[in-house]
Ligand binder design. Structure first.
Ligand SMILES: Cc1cc2nc3c(=O)[nH]c(=O)nc-3n(C[C@H](O)[C@H](O)[C@H](O)COP(=O)(O)OP(=O)(O)OC[C@H]3O[C@@H](n4cnc5c(N)ncnc54)[C@H](O)[C@@H]3O)c2cc1C
Ligand code: FES
Length: 266
């Protein structure tokens, strides 16, 4: 059940020029959060910015009661969050949203992350590893300097493949091209794809999974306001029916969706 948590900041490290890894003490959240779910953080004590800011759960340490977030500085809210230090306390609402589903029986989990989409993918890899599954992780970014979470992923028993658009590390090209290549090694019934990243990347993952009839789930990180299903600000179109187009809310119905649910082409 989502709840408000008063979370002391344990650490806030800068991992690249724009990206920070924030760890807070939140024992109940650490116990309850599942991969794909997010938290809504109040980044300032005053009225501005008005809305909380959503972040996927990046990691949990249930024994120590710690929750990690990985975030990029984009605007006012994340700039404020980058300034959080041990001694500060953050007001965090969560866990929110629909989590990733377990892979159907016997399927090889194939986790695909683009840019900061690595946040929920890392938590998923952490959980699957703890359950004795052996996920393969495809991690993509613009260039080698923008690859995040490599150190944390390297500590997990996962098979990690990298892709950079400029070819400075790993496969040269978008991570979706690497996905299409890797999928040729699997029968469509043998694999479960989980992806998070920019919408363009998720559109391509959807196309690939649909064309190959592969089971897949995508995690959308669109713009949000209320984060709890009240403002309709995060509606995304589903496939049209005879009654016309339908919509789902990323904050309430997602952020995780089956690849067959949404119409990202619209
Ligand atoms: C479910 C969910 C999970 C998310 N998880 C993460 C995460 O793990 N790590 C992370 O770094 N970010 C994540 N985001 C995005 C994050 O919420 C935004 O980057 C943040 O709210 C920006 O706040 P701001 O005040 O700094 O920027 P603002 O001042 O509000 O906006 C600055 C710029 O960033 C753009 N922006 C704002 N929100 C988003 C967004 N959701 N996607 C793309 N561009 C955006 C705005 O259009 C604007 O151009 C997630 C979003 C959602 C909905
Ligand atoms: S953000 Fe308000 S309904 Fe989803």
């Amino acid at each position: 059940m989502p709840a408000l948590h008063s979370c002391p900041v344990v650490s806030n490290e800068q991992v690249t020029a724009q990206v920070f890894r924030l760890t807070v003490r939140a024992p109940r959240l650490a116990t309850e959060a599942a991969p794909g779910q997010f938290v809504n953080v109040k980044v300032w004590e005053g009225p501005v910015p008005l809305w909380r800011r959503p972040f996927s759960v990046y990691s949990v340490d249930r024994d120590a009661g710690l929750v990690g977030l990985l975030f990029a500085v984009r605007g006012t809210g994340t700039r404020l969050l980058a300034g959080a230090t041990p001694g500060d306390t953050l007001d965090v609402l969560g866990p929110l949203g629909r989590a990733f589903a377990p892979p159907p029986e016997e399927r090889q989990p194939l986790l695909v992350a683009g840019g900061l989409g690595v946040a929920p993918v890392h938590f998923l890899a952490q959980e699957m590893s703890a359950q004795g599954l052996h996920p393969m992780v495809l991690l993509g970014a613009r260039d080698a300097a923008a690859l995040c979470a490599l150190d944390d992923l390297a500590r997990l028993p996962v098979v990690l493949h990298l892709a950079t658009e400029d070819g400075s590390r790993g496969f040269k090209g978008p991570v979706t091209e690497l996905l299409a290549t890797v999928l040729t090694d699997f029968h469509h019934n043998g694999v479960a794809v989980y992806a998070c990243g920019p919408v363009g990347m998720l559109r391509e993952v959807t196309r690939i999974c649909t064309a190959k009839r592969v089971w897949g789930q995508i995690c959308l990180e669109t713009l949000m306001a209320c984060g709890i299903g009240a403002c309709m600000g995060c509606a995304v179109p589903t496939h049209a029916t005879s009654a016309g187009p339908n919509y789902k809310l990323v904050c309430k119905d997602g952020p995780v969706f089956d690849v067959r649910e949404l119409d990202l082409e619209r």
